[in-house]
Design a protein around this ligand. Structure first.
Ligand SMILES: C[S@@+](CC[C@H](N)C(=O)[O-])C[C@H]1O[C@@H](n2cnc3c(N)ncnc32)[C@H](O)[C@@H]1O
Length: 283
């Protein structure tokens, strides 16, 4: 029999290859025990039952084999909320919070906007926009039924009644009249794919990552559809790969010849977000 304190220490040692062994061990221990961090700290001399110890040992073995912690615990943080995740969806990334930030900054105070999140995955973008933009009509689309089921569970818990979930290919299911189109579509290039960490390549869905030879297949297909559906004075936000700024901006320029187009860097200084803002109609 071992205590919470000892189990946590053992877990940290077992996950020494992780960049964050203490955090990972703590998250897995809390999950195995069905308790939160505060409980682990306050009851660190409590003994684990045999079942709890076995469950923790199994989680540690999977984590040591590179299975991402959010898939093991079924949850991931995004923009201050906890989202359910499964291997059917990409684990939400901190970089994507920048896209959400830009969307909220632009949309706040503009009232009743029609918003589409294309490639919603866990629903993290759509649900966060619905929570922060109470007057917006938010739709979330994904080609994967399994991803949409995860998005639905997040929408029902975090933004009940606020997000319309649509299964479809890019914007095919939408007519004109969208004010804001946000998309974090797959953008990993063929070459980058081989160099991805094992935890990403082996466990996260290829459908969420594989952007074709230059990583821009999905964005290339989306842009002309977006141009047909965006209202004058509307905004498109696209998350992109860190070396795709110039190529993505050129695609955006071809689809939106008269728009203001900018590529914004992430906190590491890499290309991350394409911003396309169209002129309001004159008249
Ligand atoms: C990079 S993941 C992003 C998930 C989520 N929006 C996020 O930011 O964490 C891309 C998502 O796009 C979806 N997807 C890929 N191709 C698509 C298409 N042609 N139409 C709609 N969704 C697509 C994938 O199933 C996946 O859920």
């Amino acid at each position: 029999m071992i205590t919470i304190r000892q189990a946590w220490r053992d877990g940290r040692a077992q996950l020494h290859c992780s960049p964050s062994p203490a955090l990972d061990a703590r998250l897995l221990l809390a999950h195995a025990l069905g308790r939160d961090h505060a409980y682990l700290v306050a009851h660190d001399d409590e003994l684990l039952s045999a079942e709890q110890a076995a469950a923790f040992a199994q989680l540690l073995a999977r984590a040591a084999a590179d299975e991402p912690i959010p898939y093991l615990t079924g949850r991931a943080p995004f923009y201050g909320q906890t989202f359910a995740v499964s291997p059917a969806v990409l684990i939400p990334r901190p970089e994507t919070e920048q896209l959400v930030e830009a969307a909220i900054g632009w949309a706040r105070g503009r009232g009743r906007l029609r918003v589409a999140d294309v490639g919603t995955g866990s629903g993290c973008i759509a649900v966060t926009l619905a929570r922060h933009l109470p007057a917006a009509e938010v739709a979330a689309v994904d080609v994967s039924a399994a991803a949409l089921a995860v998005a639905r569970s997040n929408a029902e818990r975090l933004a009940p009644g606020r997000v319309a979930l649509v299964r479809g290919d890019l914007l095919a299911a939408f007519g004109p009249g969208l004010d804001l189109i946000a998309a974090n579509l797959p953008y990993v290039t063929r070459q980058e794919w081989t160099a991805l960490p094992d935890g990403v390549k082996s466990y996260e869905p290829a459908l969420a990552l594989d952007g074709g030879t230059d990583g821009l297949d999905a964005i290339r297909a989306l842009l002309p559809q977006a141009a047909e559906r965006l209202r004058p004075g509307g905004l498109v936000l696209l998350e992109i790969g860190w070396r795709q700024g110039a190529a993505a901006a050129a695609l955006a320029r071809a689809a939106f010849p008269a728009a203001r187009i900018a590529v914004r860097p992430d906190f590491a200084g890499h290309d991350r977000l394409v911003v396309i803002e169209t002129e309001p109609s004159q008249g």
